[in-house]
Design a protein around this ligand. Structure first.
Ligand code: ATP
Length: 233
């Protein structure tokens, strides 16, 4: 059996008449983290929304752990094993930390937050009765990752998880993602503009430009200066 958990095959996505993704193909394997690097407006969020079914595909296909999800609504994709941490985190500010995590448990057998979630993010345990809106940006990011993880994904997508987060907390998030991959053996796909973070977490890096993947490199073969040229305006 193949260890490909996410297979993206020539997807095109449009906003009305205007095509934003022009044929994106890549795969992510079990126990692998892939980074999609690109400047603002290059198509990272459009790609993730297409993977989650928030935007419909114009053409192409997506498989999660061998199952086609290309035409599924978002909740069916989640049931098939894909989870999403959106840009801006989108936590519920008036719900407590615990209630926010429980929103990810709605379709499961129990609303009890698994111990491993609090083991990964001890700060969420300390703050479980606090309102989500009172957390710092970094804590909210950890909360959004926890909420996605409790759906037991095979593929975890994170859209610019470092955006607006202070450097020391960025290190914590990198550590947590590496721990999650090691513990769960899942595929993680992260979009980023911060190259140092991508180099801390990703086994392979892609560059997206104008809705196309224009460069691919393994981490240990990465030409940092070359990638930086894509990321500078
Ligand atoms: N709702 C929309 N309607 C029309 N065009 C859109 C819409 N959202 C995004 N686009 C266009 O799609 C392209 C890709 O945008 P996208 O938001 O995916 O980029 P991004 O790489 O995620 O950037 P950012 O980091 O700013 O979110 C851009 O040209 C953008 O103008």
């Amino acid at each position: 059996m193949s260890d490909i958990l996410l297979n993206v095959n020539d997807i095109h996505t449009a906003y009305g008449q205007s095509e934003a993704l022009h044929g994106i193909s890549f795969a992510a394997h079990a126990n692998e983290t892939v980074a999609i690097m690109g400047r603002n407006g290059m198509g990272k969020t459009t790609l993730f929304k297409s993977l989650m079914g928030i935007l419909p595909l114009k053409s192409g296909s997506i498989q999660v752990a061998g199952q086609d999800v290309s035409k599924d609504e978002s909740f069916r994709r989640v049931a098939k094993g894909i989870a999403y941490v959106p840009q801006g985190r989108m936590i519920f500010p008036t719900l407590t930390v615990e209630e926010n995590i429980q929103t990810g448990l709605q379709s499961g057998p129990s609303l009890r937050v698994p111990d491993e979630i609090y083991a990964l993010f001890p700060v969420l345990f300390e703050m479980k009765k606090r309102k989500g809106g009172n957390l710092s940006g970094g804590q909210q990011q950890q909360l959004a990752i926890a909420r996605a993880l409790v759906t037991n994904p095979k593929v975890l997508l994170l859209d610019e998880p470092t955006e607006g987060i202070q450097p020391s907390i960025i290190k914590d998030i990198a550590k947590a993602l590496n721990e999650i991959r090691r513990m769960k053996g899942i595929a993680i796909v992260v979009s980023e503009q911060v190259l140092s973070f991508a180099m801390d977490v990703a086994d392979r890096l892609f560059v997206i430009e104008g809705g196309r993947l224009v460069h691919e490199t393994a981490r240990d073969k990465t030409d940092i200066a070359h990638i930086k040229r894509y990321l500078s305006v």
